[in-house]
Design a protein around this ligand. Sequence first.
Ligand SMILES: NC(=O)c1ccc[n+]([C@@H]2O[C@H](COP(=O)([O-])OP(=O)(O)OC[C@H]3O[C@@H](n4cnc5c(N)ncnc54)[C@H](O)[C@@H]3O)[C@@H](O)[C@H]2O)c1
Length: 468
Amino acid sequence: MDNYYYVTKQCIPNAYSIIKVTSFIWKEYINLTKNYSYLRYEERDVYMEKICVIGLGYIGLPTAVMLADNGWQVMGVDIAEDVVNKLNRGEIHVGEPDLHLLAQKLLEEKKIIVRVVPEPADVFIIAVPTPKTTINTCDMNCVELAVKDILPCLKQGNLIIVESTVPPWTCENIIKPFLEDRGFKVGTDIFLAHCPERVLPGRIMQEIIENDRIIGGCTPVCAAKAAEIYQTFIKGEIIITDAETAEMAKLTENTFRDVNIALANEMVKICNRLGINALKVLDIANNHPRVNLHMPGPGVGGHCLAIDPYFIVEKAPFTANLISTAREINSDMPAYIITKVRDLIGFSPGLKIAVLGVSYKGNVSDVRESPALEIIAGLKKIGYEVAVYDPLVEMDEVERSIHNTIQGTDLLLILSDHDEFKYLDGEMIGKLMRSPIVFDTRNIWDAGLNQHIKLYNLGNIYDCKYSI
Ligand SMILES: NC(=O)c1ccc[n+]([C@@H]2O[C@H](COP(=O)([O-])OP(=O)(O)OC[C@H]3O[C@@H](n4cnc5c(N)ncnc54)[C@H](O)[C@@H]3O)[C@@H](O)[C@H]2O)c1
């Protein structure tokens, strides 16, 4: 399908940006936005000025900060009182580089005010969690509650943007009826769009500005109105489409990555059976100009990749076979790692394992769906003594000293690729451990000159029967 480009004036005077419009709604979009621009231009910067962001977590807080930093009057709303109280004290609970100082400044200047209950505004952005249920469907409770909470605040002309990741047709079939039951006509007197977030945790403050943004309107005017908001702080391209395509595109992006990782993980299992180093195989295969395999690892975690593919499976359970299988492969990796630990050191009472890393990926504090949690629990269940260290994660069982964690252990198991772990001192490890065996599931560490350490990763693990 061809894409077209349309230059539009933003609500910030003198600023222009390019909007990419998929062709099937192109004509309608141009006509409607022309009228809209003509009618509203003079008053536009006073027409929409107050934005209410619902849900102040990893996505909502950076979004609120970006909007406030770009001239919008922002009200942040979170159902969790402790989140609201912390923010009102200037304490930033989201551990994301470059967020703290800016958020603190904007809170201090009252450019963001934080509340537990929403108040009337011009625009409402919903960024609440969409976890999975126990039967692997999307748990829509938070989204539905957020929509119900804003209903009493809504007035004609309001724009509602859903940033939460949701299954296809959510805006049309679930959220729109709430608004229309209230007497509003979506696309005429109230506007609804899905604008999924595509940022990478650890780089959210950069990517929220630089990434291209999908804007899926329930109608073209809904999309045009939502595009106006994002144009005020986004440098990337704005891609206009309908709501259900936007919902499905976001899920497809994360599913692509989950399936890709599943292929790499399956290659690890196959190569280990065949006595071939999987990491070398993947490295060489990636040398091909059209191959881009992701890295294998101890499993897939986080609030996105480990969950979003299920939202597609939920809508097409008998068709989404590849996606379901990929999820199974990745969900099975923690069990595979535990089996390999047993192969490595066997089991006898008193064997001690030091686990480095609890978060689901490197340099973030997020432990949601982290495979490390399952691996730690599984190792303890077998009867190993397990000590855990993670410099970024605050949990009761996480040690604050790496030395104490490693001291007297029989296996060092690296589960998160934090930068700190890339530069571990081999000499220190050799001295502190009872038997110096390292299983680096992220392939980030090199024992250097220390010849006494037995180092395993997902490439050479086939060679590991009972090292002690
Ligand atoms: N974290 C990511 O990297 C990422 C990336 C892309 C998309 N997303 C999507 O963005 C959405 C939000 O994710 P997150 O990581 O920011 O979640 P989060 O858990 O970090 O934050 C969500 C916040 O919403 C609050 N909340 C829950 N229900 C509420 C309600 N009814 N009213 C007001 N506040 C409410 C919670 O207290 C919490 O503070 C999810 O759908 C997620 O899939 C996340």
